[in-house]
Design a protein around this ligand. Structure first.
Ligand code: GTP
Ligand code: ZN
Length: 202
C-alpha cells in the first residue's frame, strides 16, 4: 500500500469530500464518551459547529499546492526571495490539538526567472498546515512542493512552533518551541545557507 501522505508530491491530497454527517455523529459520540449530555441546550449545535471548524482546519487535505502556487516569469531578479514570520496554525496528528507559530520560506529563482507572488508562499504554507500534521512533514512538504512547482535553484523552509500537546497536557511545558528546517539545492551551500539563516533569525 502506498503511503497516502507523500512529501510535496502530486498525490498528497484527498480528492474525496469531507463527510459532514459522519463528523457530526462522531462529535456527538465523543461528547457522550467523555460523560457529557449532547442533548443539553449548550451542546445541541456543537456537533455541527465542530464539524464546520474541522472542515476549515483540514481544508488543505483537499487542496493541491499548484492551485495556490501560481507562477510567472521575471528575469530581473535572480537572488533569494524570503518571506519571514508567516503565521502557522496547524493540528498535531497525534493528539488533534493545535500547534502554532511561524514559517519562514525562501527560494532562489530558477535561471529562467520563474517566480511566484509573495502571498502565494503564505497560501502554500496554509495548504499543508490545514491538515493533521507533524511539524517535520509540514516543513518538508512546503520545501518539496516549491522545488517541484517553481523549479528554483534552492529552497529554505524554517518552521518554529509551540505544540499545545506539550503545553496544555502531557509534559506541560508551555513556551517550548520546536524548530524544523528543510533546505534544498543551492541553499545547501554553507555560505548561502548561513546568509538565509542570518536573515531568518535576526
Ligand atoms: N516529531 C514530532 N513529534 C510530535 C509532533 N507533535 C507532537 N509530537 C509528539 O508525538 C509524541 C507522541 O507520543 P506518544 O507516547 O505516542 O503519545 P503520548 O503518550 O500522548 O505522549 P506525551 O505527549 O509524551 O504524553 C509526543 O512525544 C509528542 O510530543 C510533531 O510535530 N513532530
Ligand atoms: Zn501532539
Amino acid at each position: 500500500m502506498t503511503d497516502p501522505v507523500t512529501l510535496g508530491g502530486e498525490g498528497d491530497f484527498k480528492p474525496s469530500d469531507f463527510d459532514e454527517k459522519r463528523a457530526e455523529n462522531a462529535v456527538r459520540e465523543l461528547l457522550i464518551a467523555v460523560g457529557e449530555d449532547p442533548d443539553r441546550e449548550g451542546l445541541l449545535e456543537t456537533p455541527a459547529r465542530v464539524t464546520r471548524a474541522y472542515k476549515e482546519l483540514f481544508a488543505g487535505l483537499h487542496q493541491r499546492p499548484e492551485e495556490v502556487l501560481t507562477t510567472t516569469f521575471d528575469l530581473g531578479h535572480d537572488e533569494m526571495v524570503l518571506v519571514k514570520d508567516i503565521e502557522v496554525f496547524s493540528t498535531c496528528e497525534h493528539h488533534l490539538v493545535p500547534f502554532h507559530g511561524v514559517a519562514h520560506v525562501g527560494y532562489i529563482p530558477s535561471a529562467d526567472g520563474k517566480i511566484t507572488g509573495l502571498s502565494k508562499l503564505a497560501r502554500l504554507v496554509d495548504v499543508y498546515a490545514r491538515r493533521p500534521q507533524v511539524q517535520e512533514r509540514l516543513t518538508t512538504q512546503i520545501a518539496e512542493s516549491l522545488m517541484r512547482i517553481l523549479e528554483p535553484r534552492g529552497v529554505i523552509v524554517v518552521v518554529e512552533c509551540e505544540h499545545m500537546c506539550m503545553s496544555m497536557r502531557g509534559i506541560r511545558k508551555p513556551g517550548a518551541k520546536t524548530l524544523t528546517s528543510a533546505v534544498r539545492g543551492q541553499l545547501r551551500d554553507a555560505a548561502t545557507r548561513s546568509e538565509a539563516m542570518s536573515l531568518i533569525l535576526r
